[in-house]
Ligand binder design. Sequence first.
Ligand code: ADP
Ligand code: ZN
Length: 713
Amino acid sequence: MPVEATKNQVFLNLKNYFGYDSFRANQQDIVEAVLNKKDCLVIMPTGGGKSICFQLPALSFKGVTIVISPLIALMKDQVDGLNANGIPASFFNSSQSSEEQFAIIEHVIRAEIKLLYVAPESLAALQNILTEKYISCVAIDEAHCISSWGHDFRPSYQQLGFLKTTLPNIPFIALTATADKATREDIVKQLRIEDAQRFMSSFDRENIGLEVRPANNRISQIIKFIKTRPNQSGIIYCLSRKTTEQLAKKLKANSIPAESYHAGLNFDKRSKVQESFIHDKTQIVCATVAFGMGIDKSNVRWVVHYNMPKNIEGYYQEIGRAGRDGLKSHALLFHSYADVIQLQNFASGTSNEAVQIAKLDRMKQFSEATTCRRKILLGYFGELLGGNCGNCDVCKNPPQFFDGTIIAQKILSAIYRLKQKEAMGIIIDVLRGAQNAAILSKGYQEVSTFGIGKDISWKHWQHFVIQLINQGFCEIAFHKNNALQLTEFSNQVLFKEAKVALTKPIVVTEIKPVVKEKRSRLKRTKTTSKAKSATSNLFERLRQLRYKIASEEGIPAYLVFSDATLKEIERERPLSESEFLSISGVGQRKLEVYGDEFMAEIMNFMGSKVKKQKKGDTYTVTYELYKTGLSIEEIAVQRKLNVTTIYSHIAKLYSTGKKINIYDFVTKSDVEAVQKAKKALDSPKALRPYFEYFNETVDYFKIRLALSVIEKD
Ligand code: ADP
Ligand code: ZN
């Protein structure tokens, strides 16, 4: 195969069909390996860009690429996305009529489609066309489903081993976001592609800002969080079904559009919530972890964990649903001891209790970290992050340590005086000298430590107690009603003058999002901040237009254009086809189908902006550019204005006496024709009568130019 020629074609296809100029990490190597008919195992985090790894080669193959995918909802989305890019693709499943299925099989035989998505259960029905005559490549998406060691085992995936035996000479590509090594090896073994080339991508999702907050007043914190993010899609994960419902209700009561989602709802209701979220009709979903697996939505801007996840794997997967488009996104986790205790209770008595508790411990350590959280997260998956990330709350707000020995002594002696029988709440009440029923009924007001810590707030005491637990100076006895107990290290603090370093409680302020824009933000001056509010206005208009188009076509908004593409359109304001095509995410088909509407919206927006400016300024700017010898088109590009607008400037400049070679733009006979029309129409003020007079064959700008000549001469 002439590889170089193919390479060029691949890049052309990447731009033409997907609208991208460059590959992301590993994508190019994978695409080339598949084109060279090598089997591949691709490990890439969610949002890493797995789809292109098989969709792009599919365009170069003669026959069809079969894509095995576990969920019907996912298939439909992917096929809609491909069609929106002008790539013929279908899915095949049991929900279709036999006529529909027959038609699809015909398409495969005639090689009229490039990709066919199939659930493993439906493969049997395709038996007759599963030959190398028709099929050129097999992609197995969510490949971890094949392994019972994975977190999402599907028995139907286990029969996929036969595929390689049936189609031994065509490339297989297995893709998953599961990093765990045992699962990885199980995948290649079961698919019988042991020699597959392995591609491991970094699991760092650097566009997702990480933040952990104590769970005090969660709901009001969440409301505030959402109100600073208007129109952004987000998911709030809760531990129980009840919490999802209560939370959604409270948010609604605060005029925040939210729905709940959990496995207890019937199928119809669940699909409705999911659909409506995908289509941007529901902004926020309060959900149990059941929500998300079947969702490809690329513009989820934030994920909140109302409750603490069971383990880091789950946490990572759930926050990964944010920011698949690569734009800055946010993950906020609420840390509560009550949650830890509840999760501990869930785990106790189960068959793998020890493993579950160990995993929960790691989750807890992450939540309580005083060092870069991303380092801990990636470290968990065996990846080493060079420096600190700069995009987590710890990096942005590093904890300040102080000598907390006396505070520690007060806490530990209270635990000792209460005979190691009381939980955190009572210990703190005693320290603060609270006169409540629980205290008085037990006579704790007589204890010598009663009231020795009135000067410190309840919340801060809690912060300090938790740190003592983390540092091992005391512990929670889960089997004794969560009583706080002393440890072998407590004595060193109480009697041996050991020093204890504690961190100052952090006043919760929203951490500012992210990295990538940092540099440009620094450069921005005061004047541009005004420009920024105007542009976000344009973004809103583009977003509305996208929503309208998506609703008409019945596809999710992000399949029309991703948020990343929309942002670039906002920034670049393309006004010609070539400019529009240079936007990342705009391929040939999207240019043809959506280009005009979006460019018209931008023109509209700029038209209304130009009117607000002082007229004189804008003419002068155009005149200065004109004097440098630029063409009208070039001036339009430079000024990010419409060509017609520039012509109207030229006309105006000419009639006010500026030196313009007007006959470069309008001919003498044009002028004569307009002169004639003017007489016939009795000098109308508007341009429209002229336009109609010429049966709409002469452009407005020509009429205007001719009139300026007539006026002047
Ligand atoms: P995954 O399946 O790994 O979760 P996707 O294939 O859905 O990821 O890709 C995530 C997002 O990244 C999509 O919006 C996709 O269009 C975009 N994307 C993929 N590859 C590129 C690329 N080379 N350049 C820009 N965006 C890309
Ligand atoms: Zn960090």
